[in-house]
Design a protein around this ligand. Structure first.
Ligand SMILES: [Mg+2]
Length: 257
């Protein structure tokens, strides 16, 4: 008997996944995992059954279900139409419980200190621009190429004692961001807090940025699931978004019979 399956009755790899357990902590990527990839991020459409399905599993796992995405949490909330625990911007925005406030990881707070150190320098030359991004800070000197060396030296000095902050050199821009923050870091951080702590992590994703998550979940003895093709550290694979949603329906039916 086939309790669930892929399209066209084809044999799909989710059949090898272990049976869903109440002690799981489920971490889910959004684009390409819960929703088909769209030509434009705003054009993404979700299966109408998805919000209810996620709410059921969230409740049956006592709140241990989180979305882990590169998107802002405000966008995820809008698209999913249900508020869940989540990590946004690859872990730079964290929310452990649906009602909790969104906060940055500890490393991102160092960015505020860096900003204070750079503000005076940038204010003194209106050709320079300091751009704030979620958890990151970019110093642009495109209008002031003569300041390139000075900007590089200043950035190096200003970040020397900020442990964990890494500076990326772009074209006429220096971007400082927490080096260790990624989806794996986000999952690891959430696994240290209730309601996730002590559970078996299960993470599903489709893209290269999900590999950090697979690595952590494998190290924690959990279950890693890659959607679609491509090299991966994940131990299980599913064909596509629809196959994965079918599997989530199976998870919901096992957990809430
Ligand atoms: Mg994705």
């Amino acid at each position: 008997m086939r309790p669930y399956g892929g399209r066209d009755g084809a044999q799909v790899s989710e059949f090898t996944l272990p049976e869903p357990r109440r002690n799981w902590a489920l971490f889910l990527d959004f684009d390409g995992t819960l929703a088909e990839l769209a030509p434009h991020p705003d054009a993404v459409r979700i299966d109408p059954a998805l919000p209810g399905l996620l709410e059921t599993i969230f409740s049956e796992l006592d709140g241990a279900l989180a979305v882990v995405s590169g998107r802002r949490l405000s966008e995820l909330d809008r698209h999913l139409r249900v508020r869940l625990p989540a990590a946004g911007v690859h872990g730079l925005e964290l929310r452990e419980r649906p009602g909790a406030t969104i906060h940055p990881p500890a490393e991102a707070l160092l960015i505020a200190r860096l900003k204070a150190r750079l503000t005076g320098f940038v204010a003194a030359d209106n050709r320079l621009l300091l751009e704030e991004k979620p958890g990151a800070l970019a110093l642009h000197f495109r209008q002031a190429p003569d300041k390139a060396a000075e900007c590089a030296r200043l950035m190096e000095e200003a970040t020397a004692d900020l442990d964990g902050i890494h500076v990326l050199k772009g074209k006429m821009v220096l971007e400082a961001k927490p080096a260790r923050v990624n989806k794996g870091y986000a999952i690891e951080a959430m696994m240290k807090e209730p309601p996730f702590i002590g559970r078996i992590p299960v993470f599903a994703g489709d893209d290269t940025t999900d590999e950090d998550g697979f690595r952590i979940v494998n190290a924690l003895g959990g279950i890693s699931i890659k959607i679609a093709d491509g090299d991966t550290l994940a131990r299980y694979r599913m064909d596509d978004v629809q196959g994965f949603i079918n599997w989530l329906k199976h998870v919901a039916s096992v957990l809430s019979p």
